[in-house]
Design a protein. Structure first.
Length: 256
């Protein structure tokens, strides 16, 4: 696949996906700074790092010009998100509504990253990985700087949703592109699939199972075992007291 001129914009559809992803992730970064009661400068930094972090790592890895350096409106969008958060109560952004908006940005950004990597000649597997990186690395950088547990350390279906969108995009373009299927159809299907999975995870609290060593009891099993041991000890202790009391009573009672 030929490598395009880096100055050529891929398509208006991808441009809009790019801006949506940057805006939503910048908003999430600004909200973290707001909850930590930081200054506007720190809030803007969090918004910028979260908004463009994943795309920056992607462009460096695929040897493409870093997308936001030559196009200053990306930084402007991040600062605008910081201004919005600065001038609104944080309670406006609480609840599941923001989680769904974040899911939209995740799916859109993952598709964008995979599509851009495909346009630079990467194979589908590598392009899918670039899509995942685009979708999640900004949030990872945000969490590390803020000292929060990373999304990678949680069992919820977040990275999985990014992987679904990115994989459908890269393999869809690889398989269906030569057959005359328009790329934007693949992008829409891939975005909606990742958004559907992420929305289902939010709605029904879905998550991946955690690893347990074979033969090793789970935390709940350990708790149940500890409770059983405590009950057995209590019963044994009560039995002992019962027999001791019975023996004392027999000694004190007159013999006939």
């Amino acid at each position: 696949m030929p490598v395009p001129d880096p100055t050529v914009i891929l398509t208006p559809v991808l441009d809009w996906l790019d801006l949506i992803g940057v805006a939503v992730f910048a908003l999430s970064g600004a909200l973290i700074a707001a909850r930590e009661r930081q200054t506007f400068v720190t809030m803007s930094f969090f918004a910028l790092v979260t908004g463009v972090g994943g795309g920056t790592v992607r462009d460096v890895l695929i040897d493409a010009p870093v997308f936001w350096v030559k196009h200053p409106w990306y930084a402007a969008v991040c600062i605008a998100m910081a201004l919005i958060v600065w001038n609104t109560p944080t309670r406006w952004w609480q609840g599941k509504l923001f989680d769904y908006a974040d899911g939209i940005g995740l799916a859109a950004y993952s598709v964008l990253g995979a599509a851009k990597a495909m346009s630079y000649g990467l194979p589908p597997v590598s392009a899918a990985i670039m899509g995942i990186i685009t979708g999640i690395v900004g949030g990872i950088i945000r969490d590390v700087i803020a000292g929060r547990p990373s999304i990678l350390m949680r069992p919820e279906l977040y990275v999985t949703a990014a992987a679904l969108s990115a994989s459908l995009c890269s393999f869809g373009m690889w398989l269906l592109g030569p057959r005359g299927v328009n790329d934007w159809i693949v992008w829409v299907i891939a975005s909606l699939s990742g958004l559907f999975l992420r929305s289902a995870a939010i709605r029904f609290n879905l998550g991946l199972p955690a690893f347990h060593e074979r033969g090793q009891a789970s935390e709940r099993e350990t708790e149940i075992g500890a409770e059983a041991v405590a009950e057995a000890e209590a019963e044994a202790e009560n039995d002992g007291l019962y027999f001791e009391d019975l023996a004392e009573a027999e000694k004190e009672s007159p013999r006939t």
